[in-house]
Design a protein around this ligand. Structure first.
Ligand SMILES: CC(C)(COP(=O)([O-])OP(=O)([O-])OC[C@H]1O[C@@H](n2cnc3c(N)ncnc32)[C@H](O)[C@@H]1OP(=O)([O-])[O-])[C@@H](O)C(=O)NCCC(=O)NCCSC(=O)C[C@@](C)(O)CC(=O)[O-]
Length: 299
């Protein structure tokens, strides 16, 4: 029995697919989630209730979530969805979604490109969403993008990230997922950021969400772990990327995260061999390279 554990938030069906140009059939998305649910993952972000004009790939959010709702054999798995505004919350609530993710940026440039408003406006918008979600018993995770770098505004200062994270926690988010949206962070950047954040925010309220544009994401996971972070977002096969973060690659691969922690004697609850098969299957379906070397090695 492993004494220590990390919590993995699988974001492949949402972050992994949102940037794929060709329309992925709804049945493939549902099958991906069902296969991931067989690997031991306990949190699988399923989709986004966003504007179909902005992210056409996820315009089938209702159908995907409807199919999760009816699966009785997955009662111990959470299927969160991203929600940008009250319209998204209404759609999610109608499908009995138990957890939503709101998503804000530490920087104005990315905020305007991604959700068409300034950071200040996004805080006002989110406050109402969080209040209404929680009054309906829906828990809210907060994503904060561009914590290291912004594709439009350049480097982000840790003090800006701290101020935003505190505001998001105060409004009622149970955890803040720190997004290295551009995937440009190094372990030194992560240490510098966490030094500032952990002076005022408990590690249990923070998660790492690291993209892998320069192959540093797994090193960043390890660095954040060494500083006390115990929740990490990752994507099967290393899929992913935001349509509004040009050049950024996918998330750290879930296979790599599981392999890292299991080898450190830290439990993940995930069956790596089964997960690797899912990574191989979905990357073949999507005709994209498998972003996990360990995943390829195991299949
Ligand atoms: C926020 C908006 C809606 C503002 O977009 P807007 O154009 O300012 O919104 P609007 O209120 O003017 O509405 C425009 C149209 O969208 C519809 N609409 C409006 N809201 C919804 C909704 N919820 N669901 C469905 N439809 C919606 C609305 O009804 C209207 O339809 P029309 O009348 O023109 O036919 C838009 O910018 C948007 O949807 N953005 C989402 C972008 C996105 O999903 N980005 C990727 C996720 S974030 C990410 O990947 C980063 C993360 C989280 O992974 C962490 C990291 O790596 O950093």
């Amino acid at each position: 029995m492993l004494a220590e554990r990390v919590r993995i938030v699988e974001v492949g069906p949402r972050d992994g697919l949102q940037n794929i140009k060709e329309t992925v059939p709804t049945a493939t998305k549902i099958e991906l989630i069902n296969r991931l649910a067989q690997t031991g993952l306990r949190t699988i972000e399923a989709t986004s209730f966003v504007s179909p004009r902005w992210v056409p790939q996820l315009s089938d959010a209702n159908a995907v979530m409807e199919s999760m709702k009816s699966s009785v054999d997955k009662e111990d798995i959470t299927f969160p969805a991203l929600v940008p505004n009250l319209k998204g919350l209404e759609a999610a609530a109608a499908l009995d979604v138990k957890e939503i993710g709101i998503f804000l940026s530490a920087t104005d440039g990315f905020s305007r490109k991604n959700i068409n408003c300034s950071v200040e406006e996004s805080l006002e918008r989110s406050r109402v969403v969080v209040e209404q979600a929680r009054s309906q018993g829906i828990s809210v995770r907060g994503y904060l993008s561009c914590v290291i770098d912004c594709p439009y505004d350049g480097r982000t200062s840790p003090s800006t990230v701290l101020a935003m994270a505190k505001k998001m926690l105060e409004m009622g988010c149970f955890e803040i997922s720190l997004g290295d949206t551009t995937g440009t962070a190094t372990p030194k950047d992560i240490r510098h950021l966490l030094d500032v954040l952990l002076a005022e925010i408990p590690a249990s309220k923070l998660a790492g969400h690291f993209h892998d544009s320069f192959g540093q994401a797994i090193a960043n996971v390890k660095e954040a772990f060494s500083m006390g972070i115990r929740a990490f977002d990752s994507s099967v096969g290393g899929l992913g990327g935001c349509p509004y973060s040009p050049g950024a690659k996918g998330n750290v691969a879930t296979e790599d995260v599981v392999c890292l922690f299991e080898n450190m004697g830290i439990g993940t609850g995930v069956d790596l061999a089964k997960l690797a098969k899912v990574g191989t299957w979905i990357t073949q379906q999507l005709h994209v390279p498998n972003g996990s070397q360990i995943g390829m090695g195991l299949t």
